[in-house]
Design a protein around this ligand. Structure first.
Ligand code: BGC
Length: 713
């Protein structure tokens, strides 16, 4: 449609219709059903039937048949017949579920992540959706926060690469194309650092930290063309993101040139009053519009106040029009004025949802995202060992992970089923009672049964972890250990002389130090999705050589948190353990249990011969597979600015490459070192390149790097 078409529609709208266009509600509101599932302050907003006939978008509906009907019912009663936008949280798959985003980050494979997002978009589009509230790119350093599972980890560069890959995967060249949907990057900004890891808590960080780390991935998503941005629940510099002009006007719109739609998080506009930056709905509505917040999700401040604000002269109508125009432009960008049903199609749902192609993609991504943390030689299993299986994740389909959209546990094969299929025999099991959802979502401990069934087993695979409902939103924890009975299970099996292979299903780095010694092998499986059971079995039996690398540091204990590799240099770095007055603990060292970028393989890789070209623009290293199996390693390239006008991180990832090598094969892997990679925001918040000395580092993880110092003009 032409711009004039949109302007004409806006000119024809009443103020009340504009406010409703800027309001997003669950379908229950339109159909006047008791919105029992809904949370937040929705109950106090009494929308009238007439108003609901002009709401702009709906939250969380799905299914081709329902959405076709919904659109039809809506258009039948709406005066201007502007189609509704349907948005939902399609976070790691629609019906075919892929590994949780934190696991996807560990794949270091952006092209596979892009393909998974594309397959996700195809399913969601067939089910009638137009927008997904993904990618979530909040940078995370604190595993106490339950939402670390939704992010791709602690590194701005990796998160940025993954964010862009997901946006490309969802939107393709044009989100109006068949099988594509619009991406909404969230939660802008810095939601990933709630104080003490406690959900919805205050965020407080310097502008430098915000620029160096937290803003980077959102920016990459915007550069990749994300159609929408969701503001976060938290404050940034004491102002809620929902009405934060620094974030929404200065950074997002002016600096980054974002012209798309900004939506609040759930009831975020209303919550500006809880934050005490607005005393009344009038004040809240005014502040949010003035900050450029286009859509209010799940509260009724805009609907109740915008007309009055304009009539009283507190807001200019043009300020509201700006928002409405952006929303209509998005509808246009998705082609909804031509076809309000877009790709909603029951036949396509039948052929696409959970199809073989998507399942196999999910299996591939699950295998690539699992991280082998320890192996004393017990893995891979030949299959001829006497294998036993135990633990609450051994025989359950509850391995999809939080936000699993339309994914179904009963369509998910368990580890036990997959292992037995692969081995062609029954595997003895003990103590496989899964966690039960009860006691307000808290996991009760599993019962300790008896291990007699495993008496003959030489190798015991112990599938442990945390239940899915203890991860994700509103799932902060202070204790990251496995439950006492799971730890005891591992210890008991070790004590009776078994080889213990622990497989950890979790949405966050857990505190694994208490069991590490008793595990002969440790595989971090995360929540691997629909094909997770098969992917674990492939790895344990050596059908796939593990290649995932940690996207988030594993601490030794909760007291070390936040612990991350790319911290700023201190004035008293810990160089020698003898030195007392250094930045360290007296009861624990500074090292993580497993660092960022870490992960083992069934083969060995050697890294040697770091070379940097004379002008410092090319760096390379020789990587060799010196074991006797083919495998993949992730070559990681880090830099450090040795001296700058502001303190710089001790290491910063600037590139990575997944390399596949046959036994005995060598390859020189090169990275281009650009000026941009060595630049940063200075004290005046200006993006600047300062010539001087830089360390160039390449290696298999963030700790084991070869390093050389260069001078760049
Ligand atoms: C979450 C968002 C989500 C929204 C809509 C909120 O509670 O913070 O991530 O997109 O709900 O479901």
């Amino acid at each position: 449609m032409t711009k004039q078409f949109i302007l004409d529609l806006v000119a024809d709208m009443t103020l009340e219709e504009k406010a409703m266009q800027m309001t997003q509600l669950a379908p229950e509101f339109f159909y006047h059903k008791e919105p029992a599932r809904l949370t937040g302050p929705f109950r106090q907003w009494n929308f009238e039937e007439g108003q609901l006939a002009s709401m702009g978008s709906a939250l969380g509906p799905s299914g081709a048949s329902f959405l076709r009907q919904f659109q039809e019912d809506y258009l039948a009663v709406s005066r201007q017949k502007i189609p509704l936008l349907f948005m939902s949280d399609v976070i790691h798959g629609y019906r075919t579920i892929y590994p949780i985003p934190l696991a996807q980050g560990c794949s270091f494979d952006e092209s596979l992540v892009e393909r998974a997002a594309q397959a996700t978009a195809a399913e969601a589009a067939a089910a009638g959706l137009h927008v997904t509230f993904s990618p979530m790119v909040d940078l995370v350093r604190d595993p106490r926060w339950g939402r670390v599972m939704e992010s791709t980890g602690e590194d701005p560069y990796l998160n940025g690469v993954m964010a862009a890959a997901m946006v490309r995967g969802y939107q393709g060249e044009d989100p109006s194309d068949r099988g594509r949907i619009a991406a909404c990057v969230k939660h802008f900004a810095a939601y990933g650092q709630p104080e003490a890891g406690r959900e919805y808590n205050t965020v407080d960080m310097s502008r430098g930290v915000l620029r160096d780390f937290y803003l980077v991935p959102y920016h990459e998503a915007v550069k990749a063309g994300a159609a929408m941005v969701m503001s976060s629940f938290n404050v940034v510099e004491r102002i809620p993101a929902t009405c934060n002009r620094l974030l929404l006007r200065r950074i997002l719109r002016s600096e980054w040139g974002f012209g798309g739609v900004v939506i609040s998080d759930y009831a975020g506009v209303d919550e500006t009053m809880n934050h005490s930056v607005a005393a009344t709905p009038m004040e809240a509505g005014k502040k949010c519009v003035q900050a450029g917040l286009d859509i209010e999700m799940m509260s009724g401040v805009y609907a109740a106040t915008l007309e009055k604000l304009v009539k009283e002269g507190q807001l200019k109508e043009e300020e509201i029009d700006e928002c409405v125009i952006r929303i209509l432009e998005l509808k246009d960008r998705l082609g909804l004025f031509e076809n309000p049903y877009k790709d909603a199609d029951e036949q396509d749902e039948k052929s696409l949802l959970l199809c073989e192609e998507h399942r196999s993609l999910s299996r591939q991504l699950a295998r690539e995202s699992m991280v082998l943390l320890k192996n004393n030689g017990v893995l891979p299993l030949s299959g001829s060992e006497k294998i036993g299986l135990a633990g609450p994740f051994a025989d359950t389909g509850c391995i999809l992970g939080g936000w699993h959209c339309e994914g179904k546990e009963k369509e998910t094969q368990t580890l036990k089923q997959c292992l037995e299929d692969a081995l062609g025999r029954a595997v003895p099991t003990a103590m496989t009672t899964a966690f039960q959802y009860s006691d307000r979502g808290k996991a009760p401990d599993i019962c300790v049964g008896d291990l007699e069934e495993l008496a003959d087993s030489e190798v015991c695979i112990v599938a442990v972890g945390e239940p899915e409902w203890e991860t994700g939103e509103a799932s902060s924890r202070t204790n990251l250990r496995l439950t006492p009975h799971q730890e005891k299970l591992i210890h008991s099996l070790k004590q009776v002389g078994k080889k213990v292979v622990a497989v950890v299903f979790s949405g966050r780095p857990m505190e694994l130090s208490p069991v590490l010694e008793d595990c002969d092998a440790l595989l971090q499986a995360w929540f691997p999705g629909t094909e997770g059971g098969g992917a674990v079995s492939d790895i344990l039996l050596g059908k796939y050589n593990p290649s995932g690398r940690l996207a988030m540091t594993f601490p030794k204990n909760v007291g070390q948190i936040p612990l991350y590799y790319n911290h700023y240099q201190t004035g008293r770095p810990l160089l020698s353990k003898e030195e007392h007055f250094t930045s360290r603990y007296i009861d624990c060292d500074n090292d993580p249990l497993f660092p960022f970028g870490y992960g083992l393989s069934y083969t060995e890789f050697s890294y040697s011969g770091l070379e940097v070209s004379q002008d410092g623009s090319q760096a390379s290293i020789l990587v060799e597979n010196c074991g006797n199996r083919a495998g993949e390693t992730v070559v990681q390239f880090y830099i450090r600015d040795v001296s700058a006008s502001v303190v710089r991180p001790v290491k910063e990832l600037r590139g990575f490459r997944r390399v596949s090598l046959a036994p005995g094969e060598k390859r020189r892997v090169s990275f281009t070192v650009t000026e941009d990679m060595l630049s940063f925001y200075n004290e005046e918040e200006v993006w600047i390149y300062e010539p001087g000395e830089f360390d160039i580092m390449i290696g298999p993880d963030s700790e084991r790097v070869e390093r050389t110092r260069i001078f760049r003009k």
